[in-house]
Design a binder for this molecule. Sequence first.
Ligand SMILES: Cc1cc2nc3c(=O)[nH]c(=O)nc-3n(C[C@H](O)[C@H](O)[C@H](O)COP(=O)(O)OP(=O)(O)OC[C@H]3O[C@@H](n4cnc5c(N)ncnc54)[C@H](O)[C@@H]3O)c2cc1C
Length: 393
Amino acid sequence: MRLDALIFGGGIAGLWTLDHLLRLGYRCVLLEAEALGAGQTIGSQGIIHSGVKYTLGGKIPGTASVIAEMPQVWCDCLAGRREPDLSPTRMRGEACHLWTTRSLMSFLGLQGARVGMVSRPRKVKPADRPAILAACRSVHRVEEPVLSPPSLVETLARRLTASLLKFDGDSLSIDHGVVRVAAGGDPLTFEPRSLIFCAGAGNERLREMAGLPPGAMQRRPLHMVLVRRKHLARFNGHCIDGMRTRVTVTWDETAGGETVWQIGGQIAEDGVGMDEASLIAHARKELHAVLPGLTLDGLAWSTYRVDRAEQRSGSGQRPEDVSVLREGGVITAWPTKLVLAPRLAERVAAELSAPAGLPPVTIPESWPRPTVALPPWEERDRPWFTDPLERPA
Ligand SMILES: Cc1cc2nc3c(=O)[nH]c(=O)nc-3n(C[C@H](O)[C@H](O)[C@H](O)COP(=O)(O)OP(=O)(O)OC[C@H]3O[C@@H](n4cnc5c(N)ncnc54)[C@H](O)[C@@H]3O)c2cc1C
């Protein structure tokens, strides 16, 4: 199959880039090794950041100004006013709440956010707060919509189904830009003018297979907490303590109709060195401290580990922008944040020569299509604990 571009990886980076290139008239196929979004996208919190959390020190780093333009792009797509039309995507909320603990440092941190912000947090009167934040010292609202990542991936997968192909496990080989895979046992050969690696952590191995130099990628691990219960507040927000987000809570709904919270922020950084039981015990204390309005009774707890995969930065910190490396006919791309996927797709397109004018591809229906990855709370083998140190639920 001759193509303008062959994309590897169906997380947000690969899916958005495929959508963008198809609209520009490129003949493209996306190859997925496992399931769409598996890895970071499906386990992410879905916050369409405006940059607030990067300005807590009162400065505006490069990341904040790059991200500031993104919410408008996403809001237009989510409202169906701009392509890709993401209007079927389920939203978790229109905004995030910011609240502080009682420490002076956290108050100063929030002042920093107010001074430096593009989209300024607005103070919420006690009567207008979500009930769960009623007892908190200071509550603000920031216009950062939160979407459900599994629903986002589903929406893009539906749009792009004719260009998606799932290949068999270890069947991939890359030889001088020619790609060979097996799909459902059948051998396929692709001759693309460009290879685009959008496989998150999988980019490391793809680069090795393509004979590119090692050391281009870094991983920053997280150990996230999940809690679920039938009656649990549906809210999204960050508890700010000094210059850090002590916890970040986002909610979704399980297939069984319960509410589930993904809990990240500092707690997920601290949890990297902890086992599951220790992190759950730590999370109980943290939630009790930062959300005095929350009753912990009847919660089921779990945790999941996931690595953020990005271009290596000299400092080991998060890169300030998207990363697009062009080496001959191969482009390696990392979005750095889900919210930056539209910017990444434009950068990738800018690296390609004009479409060759080949007719679009339609992958035959009999060929294997990738499914959407299960979110962490729906994974069948996941242990849930009602009492964190003793009983699996
Ligand atoms: C816990 C967590 C929370 C986050 N929350 C937010 C947030 O709220 N807002 C935000 O903007 N960002 C957030 N992020 C960052 C964001 O999730 C990532 O930047 C983004 O999802 C990365 O997307 P990706 O497509 O590059 O990689 P991934 O989502 O990891 O996708 C990679 C894809 O490539 C496939 N693949 C792997 N190897 C191969 C191969 N050899 N061939 C073909 N396919 C392959 C995988 O199966 C997968 O489908 C969060 C990240 C984490 C970890």
